[in-house]
Design a protein around this ligand. Structure first.
Ligand code: NDP
Ligand code: 2IT
Length: 434
């Protein structure tokens, strides 16, 4: 049941062996035992009437994992697959990702098994109101600040914040990713995807590898993270040829039309198959026609691959296909999209591999900038947000790159990230006592 949570925990523990062996303080202070158990987990019933006035019941969750470095912070996921194990894996990862930003944030995650897909705005609104009716008891601008994730974008965040205000009469920065007109930050929608590409650009520079200019890139997914990971490389002169959703993959050798993708996914909220209606030279492959045991999107030849859909979407066969086809770099936009076996393959073959907790931290970093703006009732302009995001991604890259060198695991950014971030969290946990 807790399989996916254990996958995330074991990846971190594997990296920590050298520092746990050399410094006994972590064992003495019970840091690992304390870290793997959330501070608290809320599980609650969410009821609403659907569009036909039928009673519907879903389960809502919020897992507050660790607040040693700041208030609990992390997204909300609305997807039928949501359960405690998935939220614990995401909350656990969030502690370390948030720590790597160098900003003051603890780790949390929440959501529901509610599926917003195919629902009317009115029904999504009803669900969000019912969900917030319970969630508001556990959150606060200095307590726990949720945000978006799969199935939760600006629409849902707007409804959630609106309901919070109705219940409490307070205009606090209790959630990030808000629409700009009522307290959102410029660039928060773009932040995760842009940050992923900034990170890739920095890492190639550190490694003295060829930049993204004129290179072919593959992206999976076509949601918030994927679309801005597709958009940004254009400004680096790269060409992104693929994306996917839960039903199929698009390959457009001329480079994807981002505006059309936004229209299909953000406005119409429909299937990617729409893309080939107007772009007839692009190829659409349905999920059922994917190669056996692999995913179509990773069979395409590319210089850099950006998995941006969901957990465990890139398996060992996909990793082998990417490597065989000349891929030099894999940068994770989604949370834990590569299986452990796929990561092993990348590291063995010396493919530059940037794990999610470093590469997709731009989203939560800009969430923190949104919290700062809300707390001071100020607004930052676009250039300030973009520059601060870029600087944050550069600092994360440098920290992880240097840590991997310092600990004799050059080029292994899984270990570099886990060691660098664990030390920061553990030091805070030691300093605050048990
Ligand atoms: P969205 O809901 O906006 O998009 C998710 C996308 O992934 C959709 O296109 C969805 O397809 C697709 N997808 C889901 N499952 C599969 C699958 N099995 N195969 C192929 N495609 C699939 O979510 P986000 O873009 O926000 O999140 C994507 C990932 O990024 C998640 O791992 C999330 O945790 C992570 N992340 C999100 C951040 C954020 O701020 N939003 C920040 C950092 C990480 P369909 O439309 O058919 O459902
Ligand atoms: O996984 C993530 O970092 C997010 N879904 C965003 C979290 C946030 O609080 O902005």
């Amino acid at each position: 049941m807790d399989e996916i949570f254990f996958q995330a925990v074991f990846e971190v523990l594997d990296s920590l062996e050298p520092i746990l062996r050399s410094d006994k303080i972590y064992e003495e202070m019970g840091i690992l035992e304390r870290l793997v158990v959330p501070d608290r987990e809320f599980k609650f019933k969410v009821t609403r009437l659907d569009d036909t006035n039928k009673v519907r019941v879903n389960t809502g969750y919020r897992v507050q994992f660790n607040n040693s470095l700041g208030p609990y912070k992390g997204g909300l996921r609305f997807h039928p697959s949501v359960n405690t194990s998935i939220l614990k894996f995401l909350g656990f990862e969030q502690i370390f990702k948030n720590s790597l930003t160098g900003l003051m944030m603890g780790g949390a995650k929440g959501g529901s098994d509610f599926d917003p897909k195919g629902k009317s705005n009115a029904e999504v609104l009803k669900f969000c109101r019912a969900y917030m009716m319970e969630l508001h008891k556990y959150i606060g601008a200095r307590v726990d600040i949720p945000a978006g994730d799969i199935g939760v974008g600006a629409r849902e965040i707007g409804y959630l914040f609106g309901e919070y205000k109705k219940i409490t009469s307070r205009y606090d920065g209790i959630i990030t990713g808000k629409p700009y007109m009522f307290g959102g930050s410029l660039l928060r929608p773009e932040a995760t995807g842009y940050g992923v590409v900034y990170f890739a650009d920095e890492l190639l520079r550190f490694e003295n590898k060829e930049p993204l200019k004129d290179k072919v890139c593959c992206v999976s997914g076509s949601g918030n993270v994927a679309i801005y990971t597709i958009e940004k490389p254009q400004s680096f002169g790269a060409i992104v040829v693929s994306c996917s959703d839960s039903k199929g993959t698009i390959y457009d050798s001329r480079g994807l039309d981002v505006n059309l993708l936004k229209e299909i996914k953000f406005n119409k909220r429909t299937s990617l198959e729409e893309y080939i209606k107007t772009h007839t030279s692009a190829i659409y492959t349905k999920v059922e026609d994917y190669p056996s045991g692999a995913h179509e999107v990773w069979t395409i030849s590319c210089y850099a691959a950006f998995p941006c859909a969901t957990q465990n979407e890139l398996n060992v066969n996909d990793a082998k296909n990417l490597i065989e086809n000349g891929c030099q770099m894999v940068v994770e936009g989604a949370n834990m999209p590569s299986t452990s076996e796929a990561i092993e393959q990348f590291l063995k073959e010396k493919i530059t591999f940037a794990p999610a907790k470093v590469a997709n931290a731009g989203g939560v970093a800009v969430s923190n900038f949104e919290m700062t703006q809300n707390a001071s009732l100020q607004r930052w302009d676009m250039d300030k947000v973009d520059e601060t995001l870029r600087t944050t991604m550069r600092q994360i890259c440098k920290r992880v790159y240097l840590t991997s060198k310092d600990y004799g695991v050059d080029g292994n950014y899984v270990d570099g990230a886990n060691i660098a971030t664990f030390k920061r969290v553990a030091e805070a946990m030691i300093a605050e006592g048990i």
